[in-house]
Design a protein around this ligand. Sequence first.
Ligand code: SF4
Length: 673
Amino acid sequence: MNFSDSEIVASILAECDYSTTRNMEIADLILINTCSIREKAEDTVRKRLRIFNKLKEKRPGILIGVLGCMAERLKSKFLEQEKIVDIVLGPDAYRDLPKLVAEATEGNRAINVQLSREETYADISPLRLGGDGVTAFISIMRGCDNMCSFCVVPFTRGRERSRDCFSIVAEAQDLYNKGYREVTLLGQNVDSYKWQNPETGHTVSFAELLVMVAQVHPDLRVRFSTSHPKDITDEVLYAIRDYDNICKYIHLPVQSGNSRVLELMNRTYDREWYINKVNRIYEIVPDCAISSDMIAGFCTETYDEHLDTLSIMKIANYSMSYMFYYSERPNTKAARKYEDDVPLEDKKKRLSVKQRYGIIGKSEKLDMALNTALRVASTDLSVLIQGESGVGKESMSKIIHDYSPRKHNTFIAINTGALPPGTINSELFGHEKGAFTGALQSNPGKFEQAHGGTLLLDEISEMDIGLQAKLLRVLQEREVERLGGRKTIPLDVRVLATTNRNLQDEVREGRFREDLFYRLNVFPMRLQPLRNRTDDIIPLAEQLIAKYNTETHPLRLSSDAVNSLKEYQWPGNIRELGNVIQRALILCNGSEIHAEDLHFETDYLDQVSLEEDSRKNLTTNLKSHEYDLILKALNEGNGSRKYAAEKLGISPRTLRYKLARMRDMGMQIPVSG
Ligand code: SF4
């Protein structure tokens, strides 16, 4: 939003013959567009202002101005108390900037932080700043009426007002004509957009606006940000479903996964309502990507309530989420009425990588894997993550994406073994209308959808060998051709892959292409199974107990249960541990879970006992064969120990030891003759 505002400001100043520069050393006027949403953003602005003021000491003629939310919030404090700026301009007063610059040049007080109920800057054509000529922002509404208790936006940006829909469509058309191919419709709360046509009296909704912009041209991709869940209507979802050029992505900030905390936040929905909304989105737009914002450590939030937020991440299957720890903003309802009582250290802990992804464990192996993931995240290398089912390969892929430079773009995962080859072909590479029976409309594949972001090829070893050649070509050429299409589409996608098999064995067996293996295995990672990191079993079990426990009293593990959990081999890894804990919660009495409440996967136990039986048989057979050989060697040498030891290739001492064992077992040993 601030970027879009800066483009409006640049356009207003261009009318007065100002031009922009990236070099502050030569600037006559330095404007900083600010955000007050978090304390950290304000700290950053203050640091910048100190740098600008150093410059001003060298060149006293330059002017420094603060625009946006922080200007509105701190008003004259900047000008009169701290004396670190010359101009203070609120978000609804940008048109006044030329006048304020003139006043500041004369050495006068230059401030306007008046909020407006009408200003939308609809008639101003923004000056595109430093863009790539392909993507652009279009501001469609300003302000917010929602009054979330933690948020300053309603105070700094004022009440909601929407821009004339025809000016928005005209701007989109103009951008398309100039070669732009993606527009993002922006607003504090875009989906509450409503503009009443003064001529017809009809109120245009966000869904209608979305369709109007999508109809500018099928090659113009349309995105929007940011939305309040309560305003994502079915009509918006139908528009997303029906128009290929509307990006199938919704930012749906949950803020908390706990109903009590949501009520304190005044979000106007509870956990159940939000989950239903997510389900509705997936029902109407099954391949929609959803992202979220979350606040950790809001006033009075307990650790268990924080776990509710983490559990929402799994339920909603977010492609991405932004997590922040709560920082109190002055004058908000939360600041006035609630105690900011979660210690900063706890807030930060709740944001740690492990917490964010619900990764519980303290083993060195887990920490090493996380460190490796964070390191490789900053590169653009392909990563092949190998590990048994249930060890968290997909979570690790998500971490790599979220900590990569691509984190603001889409993360798409596809299970390459879950669908038949024909379906995977069109899912992955896309298809044109009429490419096959039932292809009623063109569809971009996962590769195209992940453009600019990351594509996870889950369980890659299961991919049909015929399709592997096509995948290799796409990875090599970095372009894709849709099924039934003739056009090649350039791609900028980072590829991650996972497998629960040993892919080198698959190559040896001829089931996986060697060239594709090397293309994917640029950076290999292996996640250890649970049985190899026993330190993680009990913390994980305790977290799962807290998650699934529906009793009012806490439950804990008895010492015999702890031993059983540690001794078990966990072939199904964390997933299996979850099942065992859920069963134990049903079976246990009182406040402790005992060993007899733990029912491990019986199939596996059967398999293990079968394996153990056959291992025992094998050992017995080998032993008896060994004794036969010893007796034969002794008989050949007329009972000579020296002869037998040489014949068998063992030392006389080892032979003596083995003969003693045989005697103990009641066997007749030939004596030296
Ligand atoms: S909807 Fe968003 S902008 Fe509006 S008050 Fe809530 S958090 Fe702030």
